[in-house]
Design a protein around this ligand. Structure first.
Ligand SMILES: Nc1ncnc2c1ncn2[C@@H]1O[C@H](COP(=O)(O)OP(=O)(O)OP(=O)(O)O)[C@@H](O)[C@H]1O
Ligand SMILES: [Mg+2]
Length: 222
């Protein structure tokens, strides 16, 4: 499905990808507002290597599973050595500050070209990974990395506080209607799309789900 009504937001993402002003951006928005849909456009915005970490890639109750998944996905020789060191540390002697500074050094030593890191649902990572990645995200200048983290809430004590923020707003009424009309269906009515757009006030997830329910009922002759 093509992304509707997010041109300003895509420009903002592109300015972070190109740098040099902001190196990390927190994309914040409520359930279903379209964060994942927006982030999934990032690979199309540049030719840089993009490393994508989605919620299914880590386990939030497994210490440092987020950092480990990120390092695996980056697949960089310098970072792989650090990942091995983390794996060997079964005694848990490496704490969050030690791991953070090791990784920051690693990012500076990395020889690879510009890389874009995208972490969807970053607030669902295990707490240690949130702390490490938040630390790194605030210190990326000079590393040739652009990072996006996606969050549902903006908590003042969040490990990601202090980053530049893009608050994702609801879609406009007309973009919601256009989004619904683009969904392939046997029977659609413009009136139904308008009714759903009004009722769901620009929340794309709510609109898509309600519209699907209406089409189902319609097909049943109700
Ligand atoms: N701008 C848009 N244009 C077209 N479709 C969209 C747009 N934004 C969201 N959608 C669609 O709406 C649905 C919900 O969007 P998405 O999953 O991106 O929300 P989310 O903010 O990531 O939700 P969650 O908080 O649950 O992770 C998806 O089916 C998505 O494809
Ligand atoms: Mg999402």
């Amino acid at each position: 499905m093509s992304l509707l009504g997010r041109n300003k937001e895509l420009d903002r993402l592109l300015s972070v990808i190109r740098g040099p002003k902001d190196t990390a951006l927190a994309v914040i928005g409520g359930h279903g507002v379209g964060k994942s849909a927006l982030l999934s456009e990032i690979p199309t915005l540049s030719d840089y290597k993009t490393v994508f970490l989605g919620a299914s890639a880590f386990e939030s109750d497994w210490p440092l599973s987020g950092v480990t998944a990120l390092l695996n996905a980056m697949d960089d020789p310098v970072l792989n050595r650090i990942a091995d060191e983390l794996l060997r540390d079964t005694a848990g002697s490496l704490d969050v500050p030690a791991i953070s500074s090791m990784l920051l050094n690693g990012l500076h030593q990395r020889a690879s070209s510009r890389t874009v890191i995208v972490i969807d649902d970053a607030d669902q990572l295990d707490p240690g990974s949130q702390a490490v990645i938040g630390f790194l995200a605030r210190r990326l200048s000079g590393t040739d990395i652009a990072m996006f983290v996606c969050l549902r809430d903006e908590a003042p004590d969040s490990p990601f506080s202090g980053l530049a923020v893009l608050h994702l707003q609801a879609l406009s009424y007309s973009d919601t209607v256009r989004m619904l009309e683009a969904i392939p269906a046997r029977h659609t009515t413009t009136a139904a799309a308008h009714a759903v757009a009004a009722a769901t006030r620009g929340n794309p997830l709510a609109a898509v789900e309600l519209y699907a329910r209406l089409l189902e009922r319609h097909a049943e002759g109700k």
